[in-house]
Design a binder for this molecule. Structure first.
Ligand SMILES: N[C@@H]1[C@@H](O)[C@H](O)[C@@H](COP(=O)(O)O)O[C@@H]1O
Length: 595
C-alpha cells in the first residue's frame, strides 16, 4: 500500500492537463476557499479535510446537464493519503440554488462495517468505475442496476483490480489485493490504496430511515446501525451483525438534515469493462450509464460530514490544552443534555497531564456553564494494594483534583478498587458496570512515556479488557515522582481498563503534553497500530481526538504537524461559515463539528 501525505489533483481533459497533475500540499488544499453562501460554486472549491484513510477520492461535477465528456473535463480527483487513522474523512460540500445545479458529490466514507454487513456478496474481479457521482435519488432495490454505495464499496473492496474508466485509466490506476470479505475495516481501508471507493450512500438509505435517524439525533446518544444506513437493501446486509460505531449524533443530524436530503450520491460504475464475478456474486453487473439531474434544488449550504477517526489538536502549552479539552467535554455533556435516566458516561484518567483539564472543568462548573449532576464517571486505573486513602491512590487523586470541586454525586463515581481480595472479580464487575451504564460516551485518557494508555503497558493486547496488569519498569520509574522518588514505594501492579475497553467508548480524547511524551505520540500516530505503543490502537477508533501541546510534537514530522494544523484551519473556517448560515436560518443544523 502506498501511503503518502499529499493530494493529487487529476484533470481528465487533455494530455496537457494531465501533465499538470500536481502534488499539492495541505496548504494548497486549504487554499480552496469555501464559497460564501449563495456564491457560485466552482469546480475545485471543494475543500476536504484529508482523511487518514489510505487514500480517498472525490469527484466533483459542476453544473448538471452536460454530456459525460464535458463533465469528465470537470472532474477533479483528489487522492488523499494520510498518515493517521483510517476512518475519518471530512467533506465540505457546497452547492447552490439555481438552474445550474451544482453537483458536487463527494464521497468518501469509509467504514467497513458496511463491508462486513454485506459480506457474502460476490467478489468482483475487475471493475471499471466512471467516478461520477450525480445527484438524484436512486433505488437500491435488490436486482436494480443502480447500486448503492454500500454495494459498490463492497464490490470494490473485494476487487483485485480497480480501474477508472478508460478516459481516466492512464492517469490513475491502482491495483489492490483481493481482500477477504471479513477483514477488519482498518485492514480494508489500509489495503484499499486506491481511489477508495468508499462511497457513502447518503440519500438512498437515509431517506428510508430518515425518521429513525432524526429520532436518533433527538435522543442524541444512540447511533444508528451503519449496516442499515449504508446497506444495499440486501436482506443479508440487514441481518448482518451490528457494527460498533462511534459516530456522533451531530454527524447523523447532518447527514439527515434538510440539505443533505437533497444530495445524493451515486457511484456510476461503467459497463465498459467486463465485470467478472469471482465469488458467487449475485448482484448482477455493476453497470449504469444514466446520468440524472438533481431532483430538486441543490442545497445551498455547506456541509461538513465527519465520520469518526482521528484528529490531532495542537495547542501552545498544557494550560491551553486543558482549556481546549474542558470546553470540548463541556460541549459534549451539554449537547447530550444528560438526565437521571440517561446520564452522560465519562471515562477519566489520572496523572499530571489531565490536571489543567480538571481545573478548567471545575471553573466551568463554578461559572455555572457545566454540571456533573447527571454524569457518571469511570476511571481508567488504580494501583493494586494501595489503600484508597493513600495520598497517591488514584482514588485520592481524583477526589483531590476533581470530584470534590464539582457537583457530581459520589455515587456516580466509579473507580477500580485495588485493595480487594478478588481482583479478577473486581475487574469483571467493573466491565459489567460500564456496560450497565450504557457504555462510555467519551473516554478521556492520558499516556505514559512508553505510549501506554491507562496502564496498558507495551505488549498489551489491543483487545484487552479490564484486568490486573504488572507495571513496566519504565512506568514504575516514571511514577516514582509521586512517591518521593522512592522506586520501592511504587506499586508493582495495577488494575486497568483494557485497550478494548477504551476502544469501546463512543469517543476517545487523549491528552498528551510535554516533550517526554513526544516519541510515544509519534509512534502512535505516525506508525501503524502496534501493541508496543498501545495509544496507537486509537487508529482503530472511529472517533478519536488527541490534544497535545507544542512540546509533545517534537518527534513528529513537520508534515504531520502541518497537516493536522491545516485540518483545524479548514474546520474552523467551515464552522464559522456554518454558524453564519445558521444565524441566518439557512443551514440544517450543526453537522459533525468537533469543537
Ligand atoms: N496510569 C497512568 C496513566 O493513565 C497516565 O496517563 C500516565 C501519565 O501520567 P502523567 O500525565 O503524569 O505523565 O500515568 C499513569 O501511568
Amino acid at each position: 500500500m502506498t501511503v503518502c501525505g499529499a493530494v493529487t489533483t487529476v484533470s481528465t481533459r487533455t494530455s496537457a492537463q494531465s501533465a499538470s497533475i500536481g502534488r499539492h500540499t495541505s496548504e494548497s488544499l486549504s487554499a480552496h476557499r469555501i464559497p460564501a453562501p449563495g456564491a457560485p460554486v466552482r469546480s475545485g472549491f471543494l475543500t476536504l479535510e484529508r482523511g487518514p484513510i489510505s487514500s480517498a477520492m472525490v469527484f466533483s461535477e459542476v453544473e448538471s446537464g452536460r454530456t459525460d465528456a464535458e463533465l469528465d473535463n470537470r472532474v477533479r480527483l483528489w487522492d488523499y493519503e494520510a498518515p493517521y487513522t483510517p476512518h475519518r474523512f471530512v467533506v465540505v460540500e457546497g452547492a447552490r440554488r439555481g438552474h445550474h445545479h451544482v453537483v458536487i458529490r463527494v464521497l468518501l466514507l469509509i467504514d467497513a462495517p458496511c463491508v462486513r454487513g454485506v459480506r457474502g456478496v460476490g467478489a468482483v474481479g475487475k471493475v471499471a468505475m466512471s467516478g461520477k457521482l450525480t445527484c438524484a435519488s436512486k433505488s437500491t432495490r435488490p436486482g436494480s442496476r443502480e447500486r448503492s454505495a454500500g454495494e459498490v464499496l463492497c464490490r470494490l473492496s473485494n476487487a483485485r483490480e480497480v480501474e477508472l474508466r478508460p478516459s481516466m485509466k492512464n492517469q490513475f490506476k491502482t491495483r489492490i489485493q483481493r481482500l477477504p470479505t471479513t477483514v477488519p475495516r482498518v485492514d480494508i481501508l489500509q489495503q484499499l490504496a486506491l481511489p477508495p471507493l468508499l462511497w457513502f450512500a447518503a440519500r438512498n438509505r437515509c431517506e428510508d430511515t430518515r425518521s429513525d435517524l432524526r429520532a436518533h439525533t433527538a435522543t442524541a446518544n444512540t447511533v444508528p446501525d451503519t449496516a442499515s444506513v449504508v446497506s444495499t437493501g440486501d436482506a443479508r446486509a440487514e441481518a448482518a451483525p451490528k457494527p460498533r460505531w462511534g459516530a456522533r449524533p451531530e454527524a447523523w443530524g447532518g447527514l439527515c438534515g434538510d440539505c443533505m436530503s437533497e444530495l445524493d450520491v451515486e457511484v456510476k460504475v461503467s459497463a465498459e469493462e467486463a465485470v467478472e464475478d469471482i465469488g458467487g456474486g449475485d448482484l448482477g453487473p455493476l453497470s449504469t450509464s444514466r446520468r440524472s439531474t438533481p431532483s430538486s434544488e441543490a442545497c445551498d449550504a455547506l456541509f461538513v460530514v465527519q465520520w469518526g477517526g482521528g484528529r490531532l489538536i495542537i495547542r501552545d502549552d498544557p494550560t491551553a490544552v486543558g482549556d481546549y479539552i474542558a470546553n470540548y467535554i463541556a460541549k459534549r455533556i451539554n449537547d447530550f443534555a444528560p438526565t437521571p435516566e440517561k446520564p452522560f458516561v465519562l471515562g477519566l484518567p489520572t496523572g499530571s497531564s489531565p490536571i489543567p483539564t480538571y481545573k478548567a472543568l471545575i471553573k466551568l462548573v463554578q461559572d455555572g456553564k457545566l454540571s456533573f449532576k447527571h454524569v457518571v464517571t469511570f476511571n481508567m486505573d488504580e494501583y493494586v494494594g494501595l489503600p484508597r486513602d493513600h495520598p497517591e491512590s488514584y482514588h485520592t487523586f481524583m477526589f483531590r483534583e476533581f470530584f470534590s470541586h464539582i457537583d457530581i454525586p459520589p455515587t456516580s463515581v466509579h473507580l477500580l478498587d485495588g485493595t480487594v481480595k478478588d481482583l479478577v472479580g473486581e475487574c469483571e464487575a467493573y466491565e459489567a458496570s460500564i456496560r450497565a451504564a450504557g457504555g462510555i460516551e467519551l473516554f478521556l485518557g492520558g499516556i505514559g512515556e512508553d505510549g501506554h494508555i491507562a496502564f496498558n503497558e507495551p505488549g498489551s493486547s489491543l483487545a484487552s479488557r479490564t484486568r490486573i496488569k504488572t507495571l513496566a519498569y519504565d512506568t514504575i520509574l516514571a511514577n516514582a515522582r509521586f512517591f518521593n522518588n522512592d522506586i520501592a514505594a511504587v506499586p508493582r501492579m495495577a488494575l486497568t481498563v483494557g485497550v478494548g475497553t477504551v476502544l469501546d467508548a463512543r469517543e476517545v480524547v487523549v491528552v498528551v503534553t510535554g516533550q517526554r511524551k513526544s516519541l510515544a505520540l509519534s509512534r502512535a500516530i505516525e506508525d501503524g497500530v502496534n501493541h508496543l505503543w498501545t495509544l496507537s490502537a486509537l487508529q482503530l477508533h472511529p472517533w478519536a481526538l488527541i490534544v497535545v501541546d507544542e512540546d509533545a510534537t517534537a518527534e513528529l514530522h513537520v508534515k504531520t504537524v502541518k497537516y493536522f494544523k491545516s485540518i483545524e484551519r479548514v474546520q474552523d473556517e467551515v464552522e464559522r461559515t456554518q454558524a453564519e448560515l445558521k444565524a441566518g436560518g439557512r443551514a440544517g443544523g450543526q453537522v459533525g463539528s468537533m469543537e
